[in-house]
Every structure is written in structure tokens, then in C-alpha cells.
Ligand binder design. Structure first.
Ligand SMILES: NC(=O)c1ccc[n+]([C@@H]2O[C@H](COP(=O)([O-])OP(=O)(O)OC[C@H]3O[C@@H](n4cnc5c(N)ncnc54)[C@H](OP(=O)(O)O)[C@@H]3O)[C@@H](O)[C@H]2O)c1
Length: 310
């Protein structure tokens, strides 16, 4: 497993991490096997959110109940969680009160004294940067949160936060898979009037994150679209799966490793956030941490997924 020092922190992190959005209905044994498989593969970084699960803090609670981590086991891993979504509504809330209340709830649910990284989950139209800064300062001073980041944020939204927030923004978690890649595809088709792909939907978020040492974390790495099912093995993507299968044979890894490698091969040094609850898939994806796909192979997958190289 490839690891690196997460810029803006002193954490050593793997470039493939495990998301726990889908563990609500899993038994203790299933959660333990999933996490053990991840740990055995070098995945020591776990992604949560207050809103994952059937009730608020549901998946965080499920994880803690199943794992019963000792203090030393807790210190061996990185726990990341998110705040800012109010499911009833739904709406977004970056107020001081909401952020602090959410973190206190996550600490209790996870049974820990500290969150390694807190992400603001989705941009709040009513954000007041000074309030966010006050919440971050207080949570950091109390030792409750060590580092801060965002998710689904544009450069302008991050700049606005940075006007008041003094801590480094260390991560931006964004939807990215080979079939859902506007982050990279727009740049490839820049200055092409006739191509929809050339339209900027995120104001150059990927380049901004690279320029500012903000680590991109790719969520839904195997979903074709927005929770629309995986492209792996899907009859909707015959060309892509043919390319993936051929590369899987070449590198002697499962197909899921090649789908992972399409993201880890990108020089932005991204982290891939797995969502599968199937241990074999976690182990297979982890094998994609450091596969040296050539430029020709990377672009072949990109074209086979339906993107244009003008
Ligand atoms: N920041 C955000 O806004 C945001 C949004 C969504 C998710 N996330 C984070 O990102 C993580 C990953 O998201 P995701 O779960 O949508 O990503 P994903 O890893 O692309 O999708 C996993 C889902 O696909 C299913 N699947 C079916 N066939 C599969 C195959 N061949 N290979 C792999 N998976 C297959 C899995 O089922 P099985 O479980 O049965 O294997 C699981 O339900 C979440 O856990 C969460 O931590 C963040």
C-alpha cells in the first residue's frame, strides 16, 4: 500500500481508504472482518459522516460497537468524519452550533476523544466563515478535532472559508470515478466550444487543490453515476470493461484494482474512498494502490468510459 504524509498534517496515510457509509445493517462480525481485511491490506484510514446510517450517527455507532477499539488500537488508525448536512429538510448547516453539536455527537458515537480530520460535507449557501472559524478554533483547542477539510467544495468556496479559518484545509472529498470524471475531463477538453465536456462545472477544483496541497479524496470510485450502480461488469460499459479486464490480466490483479489505479495513477496523489462492504473487493481494490498504468493505458480507460480526447 502506497502511503504519504498528508499535507497540512503529520499523519501518514494510505492512498486507498475505507468509507463506512454502508455498514448500518452489518453484524459485528461482518464489520470486524471488513475492517480487518482493510487493515491487513494497509488501509488504516476510515471515513465516516454523522449522517451515514438509518439514524443520525448510525454508522459511526455501528463501527464503534463492533470494533470496541482499545486506546492503542484507536491511535493506530485515522478517523475522519463529516458535519454540515441536516437530513430532515434536507438542508445544509455550517453554523457554529451545528458543527460543534455534530462533532460532539460523532465523538460519543465513535467512542473516541478525538477526530483526526473533520470535513464540511456539502457547501452551505448560508455559510458565514467567521462562525466556521470559531467552531474550528474551539474544537481544535479542546483537542476534539486535529485537522479540517471540506467535501464537494469549489475553489471559491474554499477561498471564502480561508478568509476566516486559520487551520489548513487538508482535504476536499469529491465524486470521482473513471465514468464520473468532470474534475479531470473538463481540463482535457478546454477551449472546445462544441463539447459539453469542456464546460466547467467546478471552477477548476482539481488544479486548485493541487496548487494548495489539498488532498482530493475520490468518493464513489466504482459508481457509474450518482449512486447509479457500479460500472464494473456492467453491460452499459462494454468497451471500458474490456479495457479493464485486459489490464487486469496484464498486471495480474482483479478488475477492481485497475479501476482504483485509474485514480491513484493521477499525479495529484489522491485517496480513493472505497464504499464496498465486501471484504474481497476491499482487498482487490487495495491492490490498485500503486499500479504504474502508462499514459496510453490511463487515456484508453478514459476514452472507453466515454470521454473525449479532442
Ligand atoms: N463526501 C460525500 O459527499 C460522499 C458521498 C458518498 C459517499 N462518500 C464516501 O465514499 C465512500 C464510497 O462511496 P460509495 O459506496 O458510493 O462507493 P463505491 O465503492 O463506488 O460503491 C460501493 C457500492 O457498490 C457496490 N458494488 C457492486 N458491485 C461492485 C463491484 N464489483 N465492486 C465494488 N463495489 C460494487 C457495493 O456493494 P457491496 O457493499 O455489496 O460490495 C457498494 O454498495 C462512502 O462509504 C463514503 O465514505 C462520500
Amino acid at each position: 500500500m502506497k502511503t504519504f504524509t498528508l499535507p497540512g498534517t503529520e499523519l501518514t496515510v494510505p492512498n486507498v481508504v475505507l468509507g463506512l457509509m454502508r455498514i448500518q445493517e452489518k453484524t459485528d462480525e461482518e464489520v470486524r472482518t471488513l475492517v480487518k481485511t482493510a487493515r491487513d491490506a494497509g488501509i488504516s484510514f476510515f471515513d465516516h459522516a454523522d449522517v451515514y446510517g438509518s439514524a443520525l450517527h448510525g454508522c459511526e455507532t455501528r463501527f464503534a460497537e463492533a470494533m470496541q477499539l482499545t486506546p492503542s488500537e484507536r491511535e493506530e488508525i485515522v478517523l475522519q468524519t463529516k458535519a454540515g448536512i441536516v437530513r430532515e429538510g434536507p438542508y445544509f448547516d455550517f453554523s457554529y452550533e451545528h458543527i460543534v453539536e455534530s462533532v460532539n455527537g460523532s465523538l460519543a458515537a465513535l467512542g473516541t476523544d478525538y477526530i483526526d480530520i473533520l470535513l464540511l460535507h456539502r457547501p452551505d449557501a448560508l455559510v458565514e466563515p467567521d462562525e466556521v472559524a470559531r467552531a474550528f478554533d474551539e474544537l481544535q483547542a479542546a483537542g476534539k478535532v486535529r485537522s479540517f477539510g471540506v467535501s464537494n467544495h469549489t475553489p471559491g468556496q474554499i477561498e471564502l472559508l480561508r478568509k476566516s479559518v486559520t487551520q489548513p484545509i487538508v482535504a476536499n472529498q469529491l465524486q470521482l470515478s473513471v465514468t464520473h470524471a468532470p474534475l479531470v475531463a473538463q481540463g482535457v477538453a478546454a477551449n472546445m466550444q462544441a463539447l459539453d465536456q469542456s464546460i466547467s462545472r467546478d471552477s477548476g477544483t482539481l488544479d486548485y487543490c493541487r496548487l494548495h496541497d489539498i488532498t482530493v479524496q475520490a468518493w464513489s470510485p466504482f459508481q457509474a453515476g450518482f449512486f447509479s450502480g457500479t460500472f464494473l461488469g456492467s453491460p452499459d460499459y462494454p468497451e471500458l470493461n474490456a479495457a479493464i479486464d485486459r489490464l487486469a490480466a496484464k498486471y495480474d490483479v482483479p478488475a477492481i484494482a485497475i479501476a482504483t489505479a485509474w485514480i491513484t495513477r493521477h499525479p495529484a496523489q489522491m485517496q480513493v474512498v472505497l464504499g464496498t462492504t465486501t471484504p474481497e473487493r476491499v482487498a482487490g481494490a487495495a491492490q490498485g494502490s500503486d499500479i504504474p498504468l502508462t499514459r496510453a493505458e490511463w487515456y484508453e480507460m478514459y476514452r472507453a468510459a466515454g470521454y473525449t480526447v479532442p
